[in-house]
Design a binder for this molecule. Structure first.
Ligand code: F6P
Length: 363
C-alpha cells in the first residue's frame, strides 16, 4: 500500500501550494491514494524530538490552497541528519517522499536516498526543485521564477515613474537572486526603460571614464533621468570577499545598493550636480505572492510528474522542465553546482542591447 508524504523546505517561492495541490489531486484521482501526509516545517518535521507535526492532505484540505502564497506546510532552512529522517520514514511507514525545496534540500534528499539504499529499503524519493533565482543546474526554468520576474517588473515601472517625476532623477531597484542575475536580467528585458543592469556575473567598476558613475552622469546630463536595476549579488568585487555565511552555507552578500547610493551622491555633489535617488527594494514581495498563470500551469505539471515518477518506482530523481520537455533528472546532476548567467550568450547580448549598453562596466 502506498503511503505518500510531502515536505517543503527552504525559503518560500510562488507556486509551492500549487505543486502540493496537484500531487494530492493526482494521487487521489489517478492512483486511488486517499490522503497524502504533509510534514510540517521542512525536514525538522521528521525529527522526533521536535514532535512529529503531520497534516492529512485530503482533497478538501488542498482545494483552495493555490490562491495562497508561501506554503501551507511551513518550512525551515538547514539540513537534518539523514539517518534520523529515514528512521522516521520507516516508523511512519512512508514509502513515497516528495521533497519541494532549493538546492540545499535537493542535496539533503540525495543523502536520504543514499541512506535508504544502505538499508536496502524500498522508499521512493523524488525532488521538485524550487527557487525564484532560477539558478539550479540543468534546469532551464525553476517554478516561481516567472512570478518573481513579473512582480519585479512592477517595481521597475514604479522606479521609472519616480525617476522621471523629478529633476535629475535616478531610479534604483534592488532585486533578489543571490549569486545569479537571472531575475534582474529577465525583468530588465521585460521593461525596456532600464539603462544600467548590474548582475553578479559581470563585475563592474565605479570610477574612471568607463565606470558606472561617469556613465550615469553622462546619461543624466543628456536625458535628466536614469534607471538602474541591481541584482543583490552584483558588485561584490567592490566590497571585498564575503566572510559570513547564512545557515544554508550561502555567503552573506554585502549591501551593494547602500554603496551605490553613497557613491552616486558623493560623485554628483563633487561635480556640483544635483541628483535625486529613488530607491526601491521590493525584497520578499517578489517571492511571497501567489503564483501567476504561467507558474500555476507549470506547477500542476510538476506535481503530477513527481507522483508519476514515484509511482513508477523511480527514486533519486527530480522532475523539471528542460528544453521544452518535462523530464526526470538524477538528483546528483542538479546539485553538482549552481547555474549562473552566461555573459557571452546571445541572451545576455539581447539584454544588454535592451538597456542600450555595450560594455561600460567591464573593468
Ligand atoms: O533563494 C531565494 C532567495 O529569495 C534569494 O533570492 C535571497 O537571497 C534569499 O532567498 C533570501 O533568503 P532568506 O529567506 O534567508 O532571507
Amino acid at each position: 500500500k502506498t503511503k505518500c508524504a510531502v515536505v517543503t523546505c527552504g525559503g518560500i517561492c510562488p507556486g509551492v501550494n500549487d505543486v502540493i495541490r496537484a500531487l494530492v489531486m493526482e494521487a487521489h484521482h489517478n492512483y486511488g491514494i486517499r490522503s497524502v501526509i504533509g510534514i510540517r516545517n521542512g525536514f525538522r518535521g521528521f525529527i522526533p524530538e521536535y514532535g512529529y507535526d503531520l497534516v492529512d492532505l485530503t482533497l478538501d484540505r488542498v482545494a483552495d490552497i493555490h490562491h495562497l502564497g508561501g506554503t501551507i506546510l511551513g518550512s525551515s532552512r538547514g539540513i537534518q541528519d539523514a539517518t534520523v529522517i529515514v528512521d522516521s520514514l520507516e516508523r511512519l511507514n512512508i514509502n513515497v517522499l516528495l521533497v519541494i525545496g532549493g538546492d540545499g534540500s535537493m542535496r539533503a534528499a540525495q543523502e536520504i536516498v543514499n541512506e535508504i539504499s544502505k538499508r536496502r529499503k524500498k522508499i521512493s524519493v523524488i525532488g521538485i526543485p524550487k527557487t525564484i533565482d532560477n539558478d539550479i543546474n540543468f534546469i532551464t526554468r525553476s517554478f516561481g521564477f516567472d512570478t518573481a520576474v513579473e512582480k519585479a517588473t512592477e517595481a521597475i515601472q514604479c522606479a521609472h515613474v519616480e525617476a522621471t517625476g523629478v529633476d535629475m532623477g535616478i531610479g534604483l531597484v534592488k532585486l533578489m537572486g543571490r549569486e545569479a542575475g537571472f531575475i534582474a536580467s529577465q525583468a530588465t528585458l521585460a521593461m525596456q526603460e532600464v539603462n544600467f543592469l548590474l548582475v553578479p556575473e559581470d563585475p563592474f567598476t565605479l570610477e574612471g571614464e568607463n565606470g558606472l558613475l561617469k556613465a550615469l552622469e553622462r546619461r543624466l546630463l543628456q536625458r535628466n533621468h536614469a534607471l538602474i536595476v541591481c541584482a543583490e549579488g552584483a558588485g561584490q568585487n567592490l566590497m571585498g570577499q564575503p566572510t559570513k555565511r547564512d545557515e544554508s552555507g550561502n555567503p552573506k552578500l554585502g549591501d551593494i545598493c547602500g554603496l551605490l547610493r553613497k557613491e552616486i551622491t558623493r560623485h554628483f555633489s563633487e561635480q556640483n550636480l544635483e541628483c535625486n535617488i529613488k530607491f526601491i527594494d521590493p525584497s520578499y514581495i517578489i517571492r511571497s505572492v501567489p503564483a501567476n498563470a504561467a507558474d500555476r500551469v507549470y506547477c500542476s505539471f510538476l506535481g503530477q510528474q513527481a507522483l508519476h515518477a514515484a509511482m513508477s518506482g523511480k527514486t533519486g530523481m527530480v522532475v523539471t522542465h528542460l528544453k521544452s520537455t518535462m523530464v526526470h533528472l538524477p538528483l546528483e546532476l542538479v546539485t553538482s553546482k549552481r547555474r549562473t548567467l552566461n555573459v557571452h550568450s546571445d541572451y545576455w547580448c539581447t539584454v544588454m542591447e535592451s538597456t542600450g549598453q555595450k560594455s561600460y562596466f567591464t573593468p
